[in-house]
Design a protein around this ligand. Sequence first.
Ligand SMILES: [Zn+2]
Ligand SMILES: [Zn+2]
Length: 115
Amino acid sequence: MTTAAGIDPSVPPSGEGCAECDASGGWWFHLRRCAQCGHIGCCDSSPAQHARAHAGATGHGIIRSFEPGEDWFWDFGTDEPLDGPDLAPPQHHPVEQPAPGPRGRVPADWQRHLH
Ligand SMILES: [Zn+2]
Ligand SMILES: [Zn+2]
């Protein structure tokens, strides 16, 4: 099959959590995977919205959900969903990792911090 621009199915995800939140001790609600380079970032509902920030900084406009059971893609350029291929495994973060996550870094009043 042909692969859409902005999607490289051969690149594995960067890790199990948001790259920037893990570096700064932050936390996230849901995780998104850059379909171009595998960067894992946090979703638009998360306090820091690192997935969208990554797209803005790099021009990598297409993400896929990194949540268990979700395989949808999203194009930040058009703010529309789109179809995409299977990506290099793993397809989602470990199922034992909670959302919001990661365990131990989520404040008790986390819902107040969502966008
Ligand atoms: Zn983040
Ligand atoms: Zn990227």
